[in-house]
Design a protein around this ligand. Structure first.
Ligand SMILES: NC(=O)c1ccc[n+]([C@@H]2O[C@H](COP(=O)([O-])OP(=O)(O)OC[C@H]3O[C@@H](n4cnc5c(N)ncnc54)[C@H](O)[C@@H]3O)[C@@H](O)[C@H]2O)c1
Length: 252
């Protein structure tokens, strides 16, 4: 792998927002370590892409994360950006959210971000790298059925601020992107038609976002263009977070 090209590690890169982000980094001249626990989908997604290392890793497993960083160090010898994008969504009422479900969601969405960031720290320090954590509008505003998902994402927002506070002295920036709804496999598994309609009503731009629109924000925050930006939470959400009551009534 080339020593003179920047390296981004993108977790959850086999599909959806992670895959769009990996592709955009490549288009911008970066190298990418594509990380995912779904080996088959990862191999399919990375086949034929240049400047890519595909790593089958479960980000919630400390030993696998350590191995992943050893491989990345050995292959690239540098790390300029870590995008903690791997995530799972399981929706259900508070009373029905069993501990196993709670732990599944926390393990990937929160433990994974903590573990990958910690393992990447030595390499990020060496290159004044950037961390971008993917949370969600569900971490900014509470809603029904999201006790585990929303709480995990709110924690990712706080974890980002902790990282920015502690790692700034090493030149490491840490920022958080909160996507609004995007039609990925994750979202479509939990968004009923009712939820889809409700989002359209509640979003000023009156539509779902696209993977590429989220990827643009992520790569911007990883780039030198954002060199004085750290500890920020950026909602790429069509305006959802900024609004209150009244939109549906105005539209009808
Ligand atoms: N799609 C949306 O509407 C939406 C909205 C807000 C936030 N997000 C967040 O964006 C991120 C990407 O979601 P997406 O919609 O592209 O989902 P997706 O399901 O299309 O992709 C997620 C990828 O992460 C991988 N993954 C899951 N758990 C993993 C683990 N433990 N280790 C390694 N890989 C793992 C999956 O195999 C999958 O390839 C997630 O963090 C999600 O919570 C998505």
């Amino acid at each position: 792998m080339a020593q003179d090209k920047k390296l981004a590690v993108v977790t959850g890169a086999a599909r959806g927002i992670g895959l769009a982000t990996a592709r955009l980094f490549l288009a911008q001249g970066w190298q990418v370590a594509m990380v995912d626990r779904d080996r088959d989908e990862l191999m399919q997604a990375s086949a034929g892409l240049d400047d890519v290392l595909a790593l089958s890793t479960d980000v919630s497993d400390p030993a696998q994360v350590d191995d992943m960083m050893v491989r990345i160090d050995a292959e690239f010898g540098r790390l300029d950006a870590l995008v903690n994008n791997a995530g799972v969504a399981e929706f259900g009422p508070i009373e029905d959210c069993g501990f196993a479900m709670w732990r599944r969601v926390m393990a990937t969405n929160l433990d994974g971000v903590f573990l990958c960031s910690q393992a990447a720290m030595p390499a990020l320090k060496a290159h004044a790298g950037a961390i971008v954590n993917i949370a969600s509008i569900s971490g900014l505003r509470a809603s029904t059925l999201r006790v585990a998902y929303g709480t995990s994402k709110a924690a990712v927002i706080q974890l980002t601020k902790q990282q920015a506070a502690e790692l700034g002295e090493f030149g490491i920036r840490a920022n958080c992107v909160c996507p609004g709804p995007v039609r990925t496999k994750l979202a479509m598994a939990v968004h009923s038609q009712e939820i889809i309609d409700a989002y359209h009503d509640a979003i000023p731009l009156a539509r779902y976002g696209q993977e590429d629109e989220i990827a643009e924000v992520i790569t911007f925050l990883c780039s030198d263009k954002a060199s004085y930006v750290t500890g920020q939470v950026l909602a790429a959400d069509g305006g959802f977070e900024s609004t209150g009551v009244g939109l549906p009534a105005l539209r009808r």
